[in-house]
Write a protein that binds this ligand. Structure first.
Ligand SMILES: *Cc1c(COP(=O)(O)O)cnc(C)c1O
Length: 363
């Protein structure tokens, strides 16, 4: 068996310890004689797995009592519709468009009401976060929407926007559990889990209870009402049980390794290794405004498409995989999520240094 360093943006690297544990429990989960995949979602054993996952997440993020935690299917994409269907009481919302994911959410919301683009960084290929300290927030906006970490472009909101009292809704898919978070600043935090937490196909939504109501837009399918899932403790229909089980293991792994503050410190160290190198390199450079850099997704280029392609190929052969940038931006992107060990980033930087040395001609 040979594991590679997987820099994929998602589905992404999971902690090796977690994968080993899951492998051990694959055929017989703790004396039940079956895998979690084969288990009734109504069984006591699964109920225990679900409740423990929720309570561990609550502890990690210090989620206050007035918030519900929902484990939902349909990935982040379904939330692009579920959010307006449930929250657009005035049929108006403000969107800050800082990348493809926010743009998709904004476009989807236009099906349901007036979705205003109140700020954007598209003028410079989403390479920065606009100043959101004094935006023209619509007086009747039901919420202000952001994508907190832009997976494709590698930017992150290091300061949350001033929503002037409006509810903040945030897609945290690619920065979930990467650092401590003040849940009370949000009405709704949600993220697909396949970037930083578990296998694909599920979303965790953390919603302030007063936002979970019967009052949804006319025509909202039963399945897309937060209230249905909240009342059923995320067991309205058969959930993605194995995914919940895996997420639960990752929560325990984060607890064991010191919680979110320790995670943030490690993520900052790992990101600094790469950014410091990019800043001093004569071949590679980062593409994002420094103060807006993400700790999770690090895009970089050489400035020459052929050299980029040669680098990606050579890296792959050396065991550093999925470094090709998103098809919309080209170049390279190293996603260095929670589960990417520091050794992986160190080895990558070493490899880049060597590549630079050997490709002096292009510098
Ligand atoms: C990956 C990603 C999505 C899309 O997730 P799906 O689960 O494929 O729907 C949405 N938002 C962000 C920030 C992402 O990184």
């Amino acid at each position: 068996m040979k594991r590679v360093y997987n820099f994929s943006a998602g589905p992404a690297v999971l902690p090796e310890e977690v994968l080993r544990e899951a492998a051990e429990e694959m055929l017989d989960y703790r004396g039940t004689g079956m895998s979690v995949m084969e288990m009734s979602h109504r069984s006591k054993v699964f109920e225990g797995i679900l409740n423990e996952a929720e309570s561990d997440l609550r502890e990690l993020m210090h989620i206050p009592a007035g918030y519900k935690v929902l484990f939902l299917q349909g990935g982040a994409h379904l939330q692009f519709a579920m959010i307006p269907m449930n929250l657009m009481k005035n049929r108006t919302a403000d969107y800050i468009v800082t990348g493809q994911w926010a743009k998709k959410a904004w476009k989807e919301a236009q099906i349901y009401g007036k979705a205003n683009k109140i700020a954007s960084s598209e003028d410079e290929t989403f390479s920065y976060i606009p100043d959101c300290s004094d935006l023209d927030i619509s007086s009747d906006a039901d919420y202000v929407y952001i994508c907190e970490n832009n997976t494709i472009y590698g930017t992150k909101f290091h300061t949350l926007p001033n929503t002037k009292g409006k509810i903040l809704v945030s897609d945290v898919s690619s920065c979930f559990l990467s650092e401590p978070v003040d849940v009370e600043k949000y009405g709704l935090i949600y993220g697909g889990v396949q970037k930083n937490i578990g296998p694909a196909g599920m979303v965790i939504a953390i919603i302030r209870e007063d936002l979970i109501t019967e009052d949804t837009l006319p025509g909202t399918p039963t399945y897309m009402k937060y209230k249905i899932h909240a009342d059923a403790n995320s067991l309205y229909n058969t959930p993605n049980a194995y995914c919940i089980y895996m997420c639960g293991k990752v929560f325990k792994w984060i607890q064991r390794t010191g919680g979110l503050a320790a995670m943030k410190a490690r993520n900052e160290e790992k990101a600094a290794l790469l950014y410091d190198f990019l800043d001093e390199s004569r071949l590679f450079r980062g593409t994002v405004r420094k103060e807006d850099r993400s700790l999770m997704n690090v895009p970089f280029v050489t400035g020459d498409a052929q050299t980029d392609a040669a680098f990606v190929k050579a890296a792959e052969e050396a065991g550093f995989v999925n470094l090709k940038g998103h098809r919309s931006v080209g170049g390279m992107r190293a996603s260095i999520y929670n589960a990417m060990p520091r050794a992986g980033v160190e080895a990558l930087v070493e490899f880049m240094r060597k590549f630079e040395e050997e490709n002096k001609a292009h510098v």
